[in-house]
Design a protein around this ligand. Sequence first.
Ligand SMILES: Nc1ncnc2c1ncn2[C@@H]1O[C@H](COP(=O)(O)OP(=O)(O)OP(=O)(O)O)[C@@H](O)[C@H]1O
Ligand SMILES: [Mg+2]
Length: 482
Amino acid sequence: MTSLKLLFGDIFPADVGDRPFAVRDRMEFTPQVRSNYVFELDDIRLLLMWDSPRVSYNKNLLLTGPKGCGKSELVFQFAARTGREVLRYSCHERTEFADLLGGMSILADGSTAFQDGPLTLAMRRGAIFMLDEVNAARPGTLIGLNGVLDGAESVTLPSGDVVKRHPEFRVAVTGNSLVRDESAAAFRGTGAMNSAFLDRFFVIEKDYLPEHLESRLIITYLSEILGDPMLNPQGIPVPVELPTSIVKFANVVREQFKKGQGEVSISTRGLLSFAEMIALRWPHVCHAPEDEVKFVASKTILGPVSGVMRASFLRILAAEAFDNKKWPDALLRQANRSAGSASSSRPRTAKIGTEAHVEILVNPNRQNSGNVAVWGYLRGETSHRAFHGVLTGQPRITWQAFKPTDEILAKADEKTRSRGYILSMRLVLPADQAKVLTTKTFVEGFPNSFTSPADPSNLAELGKAVERALVKTFGVNALVLR
Ligand SMILES: Nc1ncnc2c1ncn2[C@@H]1O[C@H](COP(=O)(O)OP(=O)(O)OP(=O)(O)O)[C@@H](O)[C@H]1O
Ligand SMILES: [Mg+2]
């Protein structure tokens, strides 16, 4: 049992948030949790109603809204938090109802057998069937779905076999502005089907997050990436004015688009990709904020805009983010100051006691990439030496220079408070072995196929795998794990 507040965030009225909620055990098709997803109260109310076992008449949900505003992710994250499974099918031009049902496949031994499609598999398992981007399907092709939407207890396959509907089976359909745009491609030419189809759903009309929530999402995302000393060796924090002004700018563009005055809009997806590129180029951004922000915007959120239009958008962006703003100069000063101090007063070596202690924090799902990351430090007497590493994906470990103890401890504190780092370990080795801890390009021995890294029940296994990999990578023996 957990509470609604713990699952979806502090968005509920006081008494409701603490209400107990039974979560299912995670299964094969339960999506991964992305801890930064921001839920909105009205959406959750409707999703809970739709998911409730009491619902008997309407088990279908329709999510509409502009591109990249979080329609699909809302279903995935609702499922991830509640332990629900999701089977997704993304519609395209040639989608046929038969694709959802499955078909004959050739097995390894050369024989053939029927394999479920996403719809039939979801019906059998009691999962959520998500029919994504329904606008992309040709009109009329999905009429076969109506029986299922109407609550049919089973579907019959072309072979004559019958697939029974599990009581927890639900359907979610997403599409761009299906409700407002009566001529939406999926239903064009089918006359009355549009409203008849819509009749069969609970509807969530999503839009981009309100400005303050979207700004917070981008700030948190940027700050999390920039906590990585490889990208931000000087530890320069993000000025909040940067992400907030970009979100304001996005809202100006979105308004114009709604009025039919612009050729593109900017999605939350676009803003996150903007933020990621800003983080990857952070040292450049700190030294030339305006040029870099414009460059990154041109490559991400304004990528699809034509030349003349782009120049005009960049002027609006500059007015929003730079004109008469103090943050760019403050950022520049900070960057120059850090560069100065880095070369003068930094300790270069440190005295280690008779045993070398390496404190390690493990993040089993770095930035939701599924990769296992470690951050930690070697303890000296007055200064510590931090390292950062990724153990899956493209594995590598990089050690930084020695830095004053308080600076490293503050960083450790920040890492343990950021939700990603959930496992804390210590390796102890004889002091003379500390000198072998150098930058390694490859982390040997870490299983690249490490399963469900975000699953807390895997922590002990994860701890052992990290220990084995570090021992092998640094070639040290006699390590003790405490
Ligand atoms: N409320 C939110 N909190 C956190 N991230 C969000 C939120 N809304 C959208 N995003 C992020 O924006 C990106 C796009 O979301 P998603 O794919 O769900 O959009 P969509 O509306 O389904 O887009 P499309 O119309 O292209 O199918 C994802 O990376 C998602 O994590
Ligand atoms: Mg989608």
